[in-house]
Design a protein around this ligand. Structure first.
Ligand SMILES: [Zn+2]
Length: 404
């Protein structure tokens, strides 16, 4: 029995906060030679095949298309990379911009020349990265945060909900683009989370998009089109980043993080095509993660009503955490689905058998669909507790219990 109570008597599904890199990159770190900087980084590795191959995970079709644009010298002045977090739009935007500052002039940055060195350290005067920073951050903290994005484009800290691109930053970029270049032939800018622009900032950007200087490229990234002015979207070449394949995620977890095959396959299945989620799961205690999700389902099915309600209320207060528990619950239920369909070996799996006794094939299918829609809601600003209660009702009804 995995269910548990705290000493205060409140049912809980456990709580674990991920350790994230809080420290801003120390100045001395920036002065290190490139190779040593790279060896500390997760992604920047010099490889014979170039940086696209070393940094961007999967997305072979998108990468081919981007390389073709460079090879055929048909690079548009503005591109919009749209993909859910962790699909690689940020990594690809940074890599694509770096091609224009590589001194070898190929369709992929070499990773070894002076230009590549400078862009890897975010130290090139013609290469800008715009990120929606909180106005409270000091300049060196902003630089540290930008380096974190460059170093780990799949796992950097995401901007807060209410943070937007300051209009001053966009105006400064406008001036830089009008001025021309300092070192090379090209001027590039990567505007991350471009959906986080207020109309004033978006209109300032629009001016540069309307009259782009020659040999300039702007790459905007966004998780979706919500929050982007249609006039901005219409001036950019659209590049869609689909969810990553399970194979691509599993392969990278094994090769770069040296995870066992079983564990990487499990994470790849559970991370819904997002390498950001896969990275988070890779640093989690999997037993703890699965245990919490099991306790959640257990409480929905058999938990005492008042305590389950209190626990759901608490969980709904932390969206990120709620998302993880829902994700874990979905993984359990998919196993139950496989159990009913006779796929896979579940001998000796009392945990699955117990869940399968409560969820028949139809019930489990409906519940998985319900959780999927809840997870979708989690991204939009919908009241999660209401969603949880609706899920709770659906889970209990076939077991003959009615709640609330
Ligand atoms: Zn280079």
């Amino acid at each position: 029995m995995l269910g548990t109570s705290t000493p205060s008597g409140t049912l809980c599904f456990g709580r674990r906060t991920l350790t994230r890199k809080e420290d801003v990159q120390a100045d001395s770190e920036l002065e290190k030679p490139l190779e040593s900087f790279r060896s500390n980084g997760f992604f920047f590795k010099v490889g014979a095949k170039g940086l696209f191959a070393g940094t961007v995970i999967g997305q072979a079709r998108v990468v081919r298309r981007l390389k073709r644009l460079v090879e055929r010298q048909r690079v548009p002045h503005a591109l919009l990379f749209v993909g859910a977090e962790g699909t690689g739009s940020v990594a690809a935007a940074l890599e694509f911009a770096r091609i224009f500052h590589c001194e070898r002039g190929q369709s992929d940055a070499c990773g070894a020349c002076r230009g590549c060195h400078k862009t890897a350290l975010f130290n090139h005067p013609d290469f800008s990265i715009l990120f929606p920073f909180s106005s409270r951050l000091k300049e060196e903290e902003e630089r540290g945060a930008l380096l974190e994005v460059v170093e780990n484009p799949y796992g950097y800290r995401l901007p807060g909900e209410s943070v937007t691109h300051p209009v001053d930053q966009i105006r400064a970029l406008q001036k830089q683009f009008a001025y021309g270049t300092y070192e090379g032939a090209w001027r590039t800018a990567v505007i991350l989370h471009a959906n986080k622009m207020r109309p004033e900032a978006a209109n300032a950007l629009l001016k540069t998009l309307e009259e782009p200087p020659d040999q300039s490229v702007m790459i905007l990234t966004a998780p979706n089109l919500e929050g982007l002015l249609p006039t901005i979207v219409s001036r950019c070449q659209f590049v869609k980043f689909p969810a990553l394949s399970k194979q691509d995620i599993s392969k990278v977890l094994q090769e770069r993080m040296e995870l066992e095959e079983d564990r990487s396959d499990w994470i790849a299945r559970a991370s819904s095509g997002s390498f950001r989620k896969a990275l988070e799961m890779a640093t989690m205690d999997v037993d703890d993660f699965q245990g919490r999700a099991y306790r959640f389902l257990d409480a929905l099915l058999w938990g005492e009503e008042a305590r389950t309600y209190a626990a759901l209320e608490q969980l709904a207060g932390d969206r990120e955490d709620a998302f993880r528990v829902l994700q874990g619950a979905e993984i359990w239920l998919r196993e139950v689905l496989f159990y009913h369909q006779g796929m896979g070996d579940f001998s000796g799996r009392e945990d699955i058998e117990r869940l399968a006794s409560a969820f028949d094939l139809e019930h489990v299918t409906k519940t998985v669909a319900k959780i999927e829609s809840l997870r979708e809601m989690n991204f939009r600003n919908v009241n999660l507790l209401t969603g949880f209660i609706s899920l709770w009702r659906q889970v209990r009804r076939p077991v003959g219990q009615v709640v609330v």
